[in-house]
Write a protein that binds this ligand. Sequence first.
Ligand code: NAG
Ligand code: NAG
Ligand code: NAG
Ligand code: NAG
Ligand code: NAG
Ligand code: NAG
Ligand code: NAG
Ligand code: NAG
Length: 372
Amino acid sequence: MTRYLLFFLTIIIYIPKISSIDSKSPIIFIPGSFCSLLEVRINTTLQPSCPISLHNRWIILWLNLRFFEPEFLTCFHNIFKFIYNSSLNSFENPSGVETRIIYNSINDSFLNDGINIHSLPYDFRRGTNKTLLSFNNNLKQLIELTYIKNMNKSIYLISHSTGGSMILFFLSQQSQLWKDQYIHGWISLSGNIAGEIDNIQNLIQGSLSPILTRDIFQTWDFFAWRLPEPMIYGSERIIIKTPTKNYTSYDMLNFLRDLNANELSLIYPQASSILASLPAPNVNTYCFYGVNISTPIGYISKSDQFISNQLETIYGWGDGEQDDTTNMSCQLWKKTMDIKYKLILKGFDRVNHLALVGNDYVIEEIDQIIFS
Ligand SMILES: *[C@@H]1O[C@H](CO)[C@@H](O)[C@H](O)[C@H]1NC(C)=O
Ligand SMILES: *[C@@H]1O[C@H](CO)[C@@H](O)[C@H](O)[C@H]1NC(C)=O
Ligand SMILES: *[C@@H]1O[C@H](CO)[C@@H](O)[C@H](O)[C@H]1NC(C)=O
Ligand SMILES: *[C@@H]1O[C@H](CO)[C@@H](O)[C@H](O)[C@H]1NC(C)=O
Ligand SMILES: *[C@@H]1O[C@H](CO)[C@@H](O)[C@H](O)[C@H]1NC(C)=O
Ligand SMILES: *[C@@H]1O[C@H](CO)[C@@H](O)[C@H](O)[C@H]1NC(C)=O
Ligand SMILES: *[C@@H]1O[C@H](CO)[C@@H](O)[C@H](O)[C@H]1NC(C)=O
Ligand SMILES: *[C@@H]1O[C@H](CO)[C@@H](O)[C@H](O)[C@H]1NC(C)=O
């Protein structure tokens, strides 16, 4: 989990590297999970675990290291999770908690021209139709605006990790005519397009203990959205083994129930259907992955109840975080995408999930795509 914190810094270093070049095509960057800034406003009367000093003013929720200090940690746990509303069948902010995304944070601090390069943040805890469609509206607006500001030059989308899933859903919702006009190409770095095996571990153990607990994660619909996709992971491969059960990607609903993540299991059917067909992007597409690094490809739980310290990881190959299989989503488009669009897959030897952003070979490759 510290790697996410490190990664946040990487992003900040990476963007100016590209921006220093006077690009022919404008670029819009969609970051990975945990790489957007969120703000919160708390009514401490309704959230008494939060100190009164935080009452009713906008403060940074993520990434705010102060919240990790012992006296703020309980407050943080209570406000960073969602509460399930059964009449809406959705997760909502707890009462007395409002959150918002900080737009332009990267733009304002690190990019001077604001014309050629943009980055669009999002609430990485979410993964429902409603939240993704609202991201789509923002992205569409930003693309159209950037296009006009750059004398009608079409855009390169660059994404990292979950940003790739965001873009694929976005593209799936646009008409071909619109895409042909506005999108020059999409470069996906370490895209978790077919979901991630290691999200299972996050749901069982949380992350960066004691900061992101499993109780928090089990209220993020993101995790219902981005579990391994059946279309790619299939019904043969055992992803989790317990003393009495084997779970494949087709058994994720049962896994959530057996984990006792009941509310998340109620969200799973709709969230997991959003990208289930892995639609072809139908734009020039470049899928870049790190390869040849030991990576979780499955788990063995010694307890049927998924007690968090009784989890053993099975290792195979990937980028250290995502296993190789997730690249099969791009392979699939060789068959399903209109051949008039480029489709290029490339593995980068021993470049890990986070290092792919900012890696010199990758940047060189991106330069070649954008300037050729
Ligand atoms: C906070 O919540 C209390 C109790 O519901 C309410 O009376 C008060 O008006 C709220 N304060 C603000 C600033 O919204
Ligand atoms: C659930 O949402 C409905 C509709 O917004 C609202 O009226 C109700 O108070 C919510 N329930 C809870 C428990 O917050
Ligand atoms: C980025 O910053 C520039 C200059 O500060 C500003 O004009 C522009 O509106 C910002 N970008 C977006 C997406 O608003
Ligand atoms: C850009 O496209 C719009 C319509 O899509 C058109 O009205 C405008 O004249 C074009 N601008 C340039 C600089 O080509
Ligand atoms: C789980 O799969 C293994 C093969 O990996 C098999 O030997 C075992 O019998 C299966 N267990 C159950 C409960 O189906
Ligand atoms: C989510 O939205 C898409 C596009 O509007 C729609 O095709 C799909 O049926 C929706 N899924 C659910 C589960 O509502
Ligand atoms: C894609 O994954 C397959 C195995 O699923 C692996 O053999 C191949 O090297 C991977 N390709 C890239 C470009 O990562
Ligand atoms: C991965 O490692 C194998 C064995 O060392 C090597 O043959 C292969 O070229 C590597 N893959 C990439 C994409 O570099």
